[in-house]
Design a protein around this ligand. Structure first.
Ligand SMILES: Nc1ncnc2c1ncn2[C@@H]1O[C@H](COP(=O)(O)OP(=O)(O)OP(=O)(O)O)[C@@H](O)[C@H]1O
Length: 254
């Protein structure tokens, strides 16, 4: 997917211009930036929830926004920062919503879809929640259910807005590991907006660093560690990357 000089925002204020980057197959990108820097705005522009004012997004030769909504939904799965479901519904039914792009207008999900939904819950390790009321779940459990729904949607590109924000430390790491497994095993691509650069260093291939409405890309496989520190320091203040047990940690010296 190529994001070519896109611009967009809100009529009453924040506007971001000329954003370009590629999303390569099988890669996980961490979208990092401080509060209000525009991470959600960029994700929403790619998903078509905020209309582009200029630029375009292409997949191969195709312009993404010339495709019908259902076709786009088969390509891109979106995990929003917070859920929008406000009525009683079981967890498995929430996951089944991910089948919508594959159904006709009057078609309801079949047994086969139900089995797929249960499989998605199993992949994410939350099968036991299947028959619970979604609204009764903890915020962290809800976040994982919404990821299962995105998985059900079978999009090649998964765009996730702080998917681990409500999880405890153990579950944050478990989820990031699981997302990595899914992306690699299913040959998908993923952009995850997040606040903790340590998750980016440990679980992602590349970093998209958003500062002053501009993106700097860091390839964690090839970039020199001192350069990574330097670039992260421009956002987070003086940081040092420490390695322990094949895991990276950040030391903030400011
Ligand atoms: N619906 C909206 N209408 C007007 N302005 C908005 C709207 N949503 C967000 N903004 C503004 O756009 C800017 C970027 O917000 P955005 O949510 O994209 O940032 P973010 O990097 O995702 O922040 P956070 O890390 O806090 O989630 C902020 O100044 C915010 O106040």
């Amino acid at each position: 997917m190529r994001i070519n000089g896109i611009s967009g925002g809100y009529s009453d204020g924040f506007f971001i211009s000329d954003i370009s980057f590629n999303i390569e197959e099988g890669k996980i990108y961490a979208l990092l930036g401080l509060n209000g820097s525009g991470k959600t705005t960029i994700i929403k522009m790619i998903c078509g929830l905020i209309k582009l004012k200029s630029g375009n997004i292409t997949i191969g030769e195709k312009d993404l926004f010339t495709l019908k909504e259902k076709e786009r939904a088969k390509l891109i799965s979106y995990v929003p920062q917070s859920g929008t479901i406000v009525y009683y519904t079981t967890v498995v039914d929430v996951v089944l919503m991910g089948a919508t792009p594959y159904l006709n207008m009057f078609q309801t999900p079949a047994q086969e879809h139900r089995e797929q939904a249960l499989e998605c819950l199993e992949i994410l390790g939350i099968s036991e929640l299947a028959d619970r009321n979604y609204l009764d779940l903890s915020e962290g459990q809800k976040q994982i259910v919404v990821i299962a729904r995105a998985l059900m949607q079978k999009g090649t590109y998964m765009l996730m807005d702080e998917p681990e924000s409500s999880l405890d430390l153990i579950n944050k790491n478990k989820l990031m590991k699981k997302i990595r497994e899914i992306i690699i095993n299913m040959n998908k691509s993923c952009v995850i907006s997040m606040h903790n650069p340590e998750y980016a260093l440990n679980y992602c291939d590349r970093i998209l660093l958003l500062k002053d409405k501009k993106i700097t890309e860091i390839d964690l496989k090839t970039e020199d560690i001192n350069m990574v520190e330097k670039k992260l320091s421009e956002i987070y203040g003086q940081v040092k990357i420490l390695e322990y047990n094949q895991k990276y940690m950040l030391y903030y010296s400011d």
